[in-house]
Design a protein around this ligand. Structure first.
Ligand code: SF4
Length: 326
């Protein structure tokens, strides 16, 4: 599974776009897509590509000249729906260009832009699948098979159903995601549910979490989804209890401090911050490092062994000290 995101800068602003991609590379983004609204943006991709390490996808709608210019710029992939380019000769020119260079094309079906002439008796997921097949057939008829497909909607059950329907009907990789999922608070949950169900069923090869927010939040959420299904390791995991009437240390503040500290660490370690002796020792022992708190104190565990008992004020600094020794 590869994590994809999209830049939110003006692609024509090369400096800002490269800066954003570099930041996303740091966060673990593995494929980046840039919107190509005009020929200047398509041309800018050449310079952008030279300054980044991860594959660059050009996101193109309708205008075949933008696809040709993006290919000239050396992009690693196109997102383009060939059925939206009316003239077959123009589609042929794009496909020829992509084929010569060995560049894949992702067909991105989106609920918001389904063709108007689809059979209204079909369900929405069926319509999405049919729309994808229309585009797929165009490419296949031109003897092109470097195809990726996505079928995104805002509605989670619709999206899941569409992917389920197409998954065993085509041999091509699927890019998955819930589109227009909203701001991070709502969008992360919608994405986690939708993408999580698909991944648990073995569907999906690349993914994007679409959020109305900074792209680093998209990458962060993508990895949390993959980590929660044990599909990828990425940075630390924090096990922390929800707290309850038994909690006698400020676990909320402590977990917040630990989370902030861990955000700067890349190593895939598991850290536990637990409120009491009910579940605390078990989780703390299972983690690489963990504390089980009690009345104004905590027991520190490392790799399953009980190391020492700490006063409340010592918990955070001692945790940090021990994490740094790992
Ligand atoms: S670990 Fe203890 S303090 Fe934390 S929620 Fe469970 S019972 Fe409550």
């Amino acid at each position: 599974m590869s994590v994809q995101s999209m830049t939110k800068t003006d692609t024509r602003d090369i400096r800002a776009t490269v800066e954003q991609i570099k930041e996303l590379e740091e966060c673990g983004c593995e494929i980046i897509r840039c919107a190509v609204p005009d020929l200047q943006a398509a041309g800018a991709l050449k310079e952008i590509k030279q300054d980044i390490r991860i594959p660059l996808i050009a996101d193109i709608h309708f205008d075949y000249r933008l696809a040709l210019a993006a290919l000239e710029s050396g992009v690693d992939g196109l997102r383009l729906n060939p059925g939206n380019i009316a003239d077959p000769d123009k589609v042929r020119a794009v496909v020829r260009g992509a084929k010569t260079r060995g560049i894949p094309i992702r067909i991105g079906v989106n609920f918001g832009s389904l063709p108007k002439d689809l059979d209204p008796l079909l369900s929405i997921p069926e319509q999405m699948v049919e729309a994808a097949f229309r585009h797929i057939r165009i490419l296949e008829n031109l003897d092109f098979d470097l195809i990726k497909v996505s079928l995104k909607a805002f509605d989670v059950p619709t999206t899941i159903e569409a992917y389920r329907q197409i998954a065993d009907k085509i041999p091509y990789p699927l890019h998955i995601g819930i589109t227009e999922a909203g701001t991070p608070r709502q969008g992360m949950i919608r994405s986690a549910v939708g993408i999580g169900i698909l991944l648990a069923e073995g569907i999906g090869d690349t993914l994007r979490v679409s959020l109305t927010g900074h792209s680093r939040e998209e990458v962060y959420a993508a990895y949390e989804i993959l980590k929660s299904l044990n599909l990828r390791e990425h940075g630390p995991s924090l096990v922390s209890c929800p707290t309850c009437g038994r909690t006698e240390v400020d676990v909320v503040a402590l977990a917040g401090q630990v989370e902030q500290y861990l955000s700067k660490i890349k190593k895939p370690i598991k850290v536990a911050v637990m409120g009491c002796v009910v579940n605390g020792p078990g989780e703390a022992k299972d983690a690489d490092i963990g504390v089980a708190c009690g009345k104004g104190k905590a027991v520190l565990f490392k790799k399953g062994l009980q190391l020492k008992t700490l006063e409340e004020a010592e918990i955070f600094p001692e945790l940090v000290k021990e994490i740094e020794k790992l």
